[in-house]
Design a protein around this ligand. Structure first.
Ligand SMILES: Nc1ncnc2c1ncn2[C@@H]1O[C@H](COP(=O)(O)OP(=O)(O)OP(=O)(O)O)[C@@H](O)[C@H]1O
Length: 230
């Protein structure tokens, strides 16, 4: 206000500037809140992704996904491929973009989600816990098939089904996996229910299959080469 008085800024212009700054700060706070609520463990960006390294990924397709129309269309996205090929990086970056728009998003790994839902069975809070995974506009279930589930129990398939079926055609779900869907029945403990899960997951979904080298391996090879040279 002192500066405005010095430069004889008209009061309406001053008010306009103050309100714009407040509106920007409010938008920023809302974005931060959505990111925190999403439980995203790290903020990955598509601009940090080396598309030249991973030739198996169609950059144009990812940039199309980055427009987030799939959330609006309540479409699923499945990113499959070997370890280290960048599946989680891309999925997390898309989730972050979702938070930056007005979407409510949630990140989980398959094992964390199933552990959480199992605890809901134990203390009769399943309905409440399911809400966490059913209400977000975008749910990312990362690392499907990645590790052995804590509870080796066919109810894993029932719980997974509750989430997928509850979101089917209503909300968008992103899944990353390093196993073939044929192995999902063993992973979730019930092949029959898993067939119903896969059916819903792939229906109308955008499926990206990344066949390529591991970025982690590439990084450690580069490091080794550098150390040998030094
Ligand atoms: N093409 C790439 N450009 C830049 N960083 C990459 C690329 N691919 C992977 N990374 C980085 O390598 C690490 C592993 O990638 P990411 O977790 O996305 O792999 P993943 O395919 O999900 O593997 P996993 O199935 O083992 O979880 C991350 O830190 C990620 O940011």
């Amino acid at each position: 206000m002192a500066r405005a008085a010095q430069s004889a800024t008209p009061p309406t212009e001053l008010l306009e500037r103050l309100l714009a700054a407040e509106a920007d700060a409010l938008t920023q706070r809302r974005i931060e809140r959505r990111i925190n609520e999403s439980r995203l463990p790290e903020r990955k960006l598509l601009t940090d992704f080396d598309f030249d390294f991973q030739k198996g990924i169609d950059k144009a397709q990812i940039m199309e996904l980055a427009k987030l129309n799939f959330i609006h269309r309540k479409q699923g996205v499945i990113i499959a491929g070997n370890s280290g090929t960048g599946k989680s990086h891309i999925a997390k970056a898309l989730l972050l973009l979702g938070c930056r728009e007005t979407y409510r998003c949630r990140y989980t790994t398959a094992s964390d989600m199933l552990r959480d839902l199992f605890s809901g069975l134990a203390d009769d809070t399943l309905a409440l816990k399911l809400k966490r995974y059913l209400t977000p506009d975008l749910l990312l279930i990362d690392e499907v098939g990645f590790d052995r589930l804590e509870q080796q129990d066919p109810r894993n398939a029932c719980l997974f089904h509750k989430v997928i079926d509850g979101r089917y055609c209503k909300k968008s779900t992103m899944i990353t996996s390093n196993i073939d869907f044929k192995e999902l029945g063993d992973y979730l403990g019930d092949p029959v229910i898993t067939t119903a899960i896969v059916d819903r997951m792939v229906h109308h979904a955008i499926i990206l299959s990344i066949e390529g080298p591991s970025w982690r391996l590439h990084q450690s090879q580069q490091l080794n080469n550098r150390t040998t040279r030094d």
